[in-house]
Design a protein around this ligand. Structure first.
Ligand code: ARG
Length: 460
């Protein structure tokens, strides 16, 4: 069998070796990047006088053929094609003959695979960022539609203070904005070409990594050839960014699960975005939300797997690095699916404002407003807290209305009792970034601006 290294070896590789070491089943998705890298390398060889014009056109022509064969699923892989780089080079040599045999001049699969993966990751990060923006847009649309709807805000899962629904939705939106920012920062650090690092030390041939980097659309070339072939920080970062998106989606998912229960009932899912039960005819289940919650374990696992693979690896390339691809491909694929499904589920869900309002209108949710009303009249907050706390305790103990106790209290009275009326508390959250109508209107404006700016930054 014709391996890339057959010259130095006496016999063929063992079947067990091939079975254990091949990466073709998962790295064949890098074929476009591999061919793009080869085209740039061929042009670099030509600039260095290492390929004549007719050789350049023969190899570039063969690369075009290989690309269409692979894109159209007409490519016949050979048993000896252990990875995508081997497959492309083998076929180019078949098609272009002697000129094809010059393709790998001054290049190693070590700088080649790092180049392919950086190209792939750059566009994957762009795609994930754009899908994250789509979910942010869905949250914005829901927030705009929510108008003056409000619901209880919770701490410790206990009702705390009412908040506008728009405020609650945008809280998730801002977390996603940080995700987009992180993806773009990772993309900038990924945008470095390793091509020309060779196996580990560069080359004796007249090659110019800086020119090749520009040819491939990279922002710059590597500074150190050893680092160029060893570095998988960009994969680790991409996996972290995606895992944290997963964490954010799991929190949205958990909320949707709770909100669509019969007991809470703040949200009704559209039939197209819910599932039924094979046994219980009445069931409507939030499976997308549950899987958004669950997939996060896998995303965190992929990040962990790569970090453990990288830990303690000596410079420079080691075959261990081949284990970078499956976690990355899997995380990107899963997060893309999760973002799409959540966007659809949220866009089509029906908000039950009546249920939200009924839950938020408990007079106890306005307790701090009573204390702040006393503060405005010169009472120290700690004393005001104690007065209102005592009234809450009495109301709970006697089962009487808090409003009556407030109206009857010498320091409070009917003006204070009016603060407990439905809808009043939420309107009093007036400070910057707060949960009331004016603050949320200003926040919506900022969020829209941010989305517009980020849409521009997320262009490929
Ligand atoms: N399939 C390998 C990988 O994904 C390509 C590089 C192999 N290089 C080598 N010297 N064995 O990492």
């Amino acid at each position: 069998m014709a391996t890339l290294w057959h010259g130095r070896f006496d016999g063929d590789p063992a079947d067990d070796l091939l079975a254990f070491t091949v990466s073709l089943p998962f790295d064949r998705r890098l074929f476009r990047e591999d061919i793009a890298g080869s085209r740039a390398h061929v042009r670099g060889l030509a600039r260095g006088g290492l390929l004549a014009d007719d050789e350049v056109s023969a190899v570039l022509g063969a690369l075009d053929t290989v690309e269409s064969e692979m894109a159209e699923d007409r490519f016949t892989f050979a048993v000896s094609d252990e990875d995508i780089h081997t497959a492309v080079e083998r076929r180019v040599t078949e098609l272009a003959g002697a000129a094809g045999a010059k393709l790998h001049t001054g290049r190693s699969r070590n700088d080649q695979v790092a180049t392919d993966l950086r190209l792939w990751t750059k566009s994957a990060l762009t795609d994930v960022a754009q899908r994250t923006l789509d979910l942010q847009r869905a949250l914005l649309t829901l927030a705009e539609r929510a108008d003056d709807a409000y619901l209880p805000g919770y701490t410790h899962m206990q009702q705390a203070q009412p908040v506008l629904l728009a405020h609650h939705l945008l809280a998730h939106g801002w977390a996603l904005a940080r995700d987009v920012d992180r993806l773009l920062a990772t993309r900038a650090r990924t945008d470095v070409s390793p091509l020309g690092a060779g196996a580990l030390a560069g080359s004796s041939l007249p090659l110019d990594p800086v020119a090749t980097a520009a040819d491939l659309g990279f922002a710059r070339a590597f500074d150190n050839s050893l680092d160029a072939v060893s570095d998988r920080d960009f994969v680790a970062e991409a996996l972290f960014d995606v895992a944290l998106i997963g964490v954010h989606l799991s929190r949205i998912g958990e909320e949707v699960v709770l909100w669509s229960t019969d007991e809470i009932g703040f949200l009704a899912l559209d039939d197209a975005y819910a599932t039924g039960s094979s046994m219980l005819p009445q069931k409507k289940n939030p499976d997308i939300a549950e899987l958004a919650r669950a997939k996060t374990g896998r995303l965190v696992g992929n990040l962990t797997a790569l970090l453990v693979t990288l830990k303690g690896l000596p410079l420079a390339y080691n075959r261990d690095l081949q284990e970078d691809k499956e976690p990355l491909f899997d995380s990107v694929e899963q997060v893309a699916l999760a973002l799409g499904a959540l966007t659809g589920m949220l866009t089509t869900a029906t908000v039950r404002r009546d249920r939200m309002r009924a839950a938020a209108d408990s007079p106890y949710a306005a307790a701090v407003d009573l204390a702040e009303w006393l503060v405005e009249r010169g009472i120290p907050f700690r004393d005001a807290h104690a007065v209102v706390g005592g009234l809450v305790r009495d109301a709970l103990r006697t089962g009487g209305g808090l409003a009556d106790l407030v109206a009857a209290h010498p320091a409070l009275g009917s003006e204070a009792a009016a603060l407990l009326a439905p809808g009043v508390a939420v309107s009093r959250r007036t400070t910057w970034g707060g949960a009331g109508p004016a603050a949320v209107a200003a926040q919506l404006e900022r969020f829209r601006d941010r989305l517009e700016v980020d849409a521009g930054r997320c262009a490929p």
